[in-house]
Design a protein around this ligand. Structure first.
Ligand SMILES: *[C@@H]1O[C@H](CO)[C@@H](O)[C@H](O)[C@H]1NC(C)=O
Ligand SMILES: *[C@@H]1O[C@H](CO)[C@@H](O)[C@H](O)[C@H]1NC(C)=O
Ligand SMILES: *[C@@H]1O[C@H](CO)[C@@H](O)[C@H](O)[C@H]1NC(C)=O
Ligand SMILES: *[C@@H]1O[C@H](CO)[C@@H](O)[C@H](O)[C@H]1NC(C)=O
Ligand SMILES: *[C@@H]1O[C@H](CO)[C@@H](O)[C@H](O)[C@H]1NC(C)=O
Ligand SMILES: *[C@@H]1O[C@H](CO)[C@@H](O)[C@H](O)[C@H]1NC(C)=O
Length: 345
């Protein structure tokens, strides 16, 4: 690189100027850089924000003057500190090494630093880039949100870091590996469904440190849907239970009717219990008048639905129960035979 190259860039021009002032160079002597053998500064220095960076320059006995510069500003010339920054300290000025340290490095310290030496009246420079890394950190993320099914949702996750972190969104309720929903700071869902409710994880990743991870919960409201309401058979004088299960967000409230009459705990020997998605109607002692059709009504703020459930007595054919008792009878028979077998022998 020739003199012209330096003149094009103002700061380099200033480096030349300040070096000339420092070493009282005759004008017209070019400052060479990139000398393959000497002076030798290290490769680029990479440190994390807050750490210390040591800038080393290898010298030898022929060297008469040394300096470290930040861009065009002299930090140290020999043992003399020119910088007013208390974070800059000298760590070595020997026959073989000239090194300074920058403590508590911040992002604005990033850039080129120049080691400048004078040997036999020839100035030489060597450049090292200080690279400052910052672990990923999520600065701003959407709060948990509740929406009605069908609406549109946008989640935001803003992260800082150096290098710039990659931000991804993952739906945690979905199986591992299939959950990536956005490779972007924004997660947009239009016409959200109940299956898309749950936790979403924003992850900000760069290669400096472990990713920063935060979670946002989306609650999707939807009207009740009765998923389980089975007809039930009970003998006279027994305890009978009718079950009605409804999925809904928010959770459904339940009511039980027989024909037009609303049932309530304590009336007619029944008890109604609601627990989460399930409502049960219990008959303590089933009598003839209890047999018949019941209606379970499930309501939340988005809608209402109902299902009819029959309480029936013996004589009605129920596959489940009869096959279960047949199996029991069979087991009992086998057990009896077994016992007889051992008593005999
Ligand atoms: C040092 O960093 C600068 C600026 O980032 C880059 O242009 C240069 O290639 C790097 N040199 C080495 C040896 O990594
Ligand atoms: C290096 O120069 C930059 C730009 O002028 C400045 O912000 C930074 O504080 C300097 N760092 C040191 C260690 O001198
Ligand atoms: C986060 O981002 C939102 C939307 O851009 C903005 O309204 C809010 O002020 C930000 N909060 C913080 C703490 O930066
Ligand atoms: C159930 O009701 C019948 C008729 O009302 C009565 O005879 C019987 O004792 C009751 N059984 C129980 C356990 O309360
Ligand atoms: C009960 O409901 C079933 C079907 O839902 C119907 O066939 C039957 O006639 C109803 N019985 C009464 C007594 O209403
Ligand atoms: C059950 O739902 C049907 C139709 O959705 C409606 O006609 C009926 O009145 C409802 N019954 C009760 C008891 O709410």
């Amino acid at each position: 690189m020739g003199v012209g190259g330096y003149l094009l860039l103002p700061w380099r021009f200033l480096v030349v100027l300040s070096l000339r002032l420092l070493f009282l160079l005759p004008t017209g002597v070019p400052v060479r850089s990139g000398d393959a053998t000497f002076p030798k500064a290290m490769d680029n220095v990479t440190v994390r924000q807050g750490e210390s960076a040591t800038l080393r320059c290898t010298v030898d006995a022929r060297v008469t003057r040394v300096a470290w510069l930040n861009r065009s500003t002299i930090l140290y010339a020999g043992n003399d500190k020119w910088s007013i920054d208390p974070r800059v300290v000298i760590v070595a000025n020997t026959k073989t090494q000239y090194s300074i340290m920058i403590q508590d490095v911040d992002v604005y310290d990033e850039g080129p630093y120049t080691c400048s030496v004078q040997t036999d009246n020839h100035p030489k420079t060597s450049r090292v880039h200080l690279i400052v890394q910052v672990p990923p950190q999520i600065m701003n993320i959407s709060s948990d949100i509740t929406v009605n099914e069908g609406s549109s949702v946008t989640l935001l996750c803003l992260a800082i870091g150096r290098p710039e972190p990659t931000v991804t969104w993952r739906h945690l309720s979905v199986k591992e590996g299939q959950g990536f929903v956005s490779e972007d700071e924004y997660l947009e869902i239009s016409g959200i469904t109940r299956d898309q409710s749950g936790e979403y994880e924003c992850s900000a990743l760069n290669d400096v440190a472990a990713p920063d991870v935060r979670k946002v919960k989306i609650t999707v409201n939807y009207p009740p849907y009765i998923s389980n309401a089975k007809n039930t058979g009970v003998s006279l004088g027994q305890k009978g239970i009718l079950r009605c299960e409804a999925s809904a967000v928010p959770l459904a409230e339940f009511q039980w009717f027989k024909e037009e009459t609303r049932l309530a705990t304590g009336l007619d020997g029944v008890r109604i219990e609601n627990k989460g998605r399930m409502s049960t109607l219990t008959f303590f002692n089933v009598s003839e008048k209890d047999y018949g059709n019941y209606t379970c009504v499930a309501t939340n703020k988005l809608g209402i639905t109902n299902a009819s459930i029959t309480l029936y007595g013996p004589g009605a054919v129920i596959d489940g129960v009869s096959s279960a008792s047949r199996a029991l009878a069979c087991l009992w028979l086998l057990g009896t035979l077994f016992v007889h077998f051992f008593i005999k022998f």
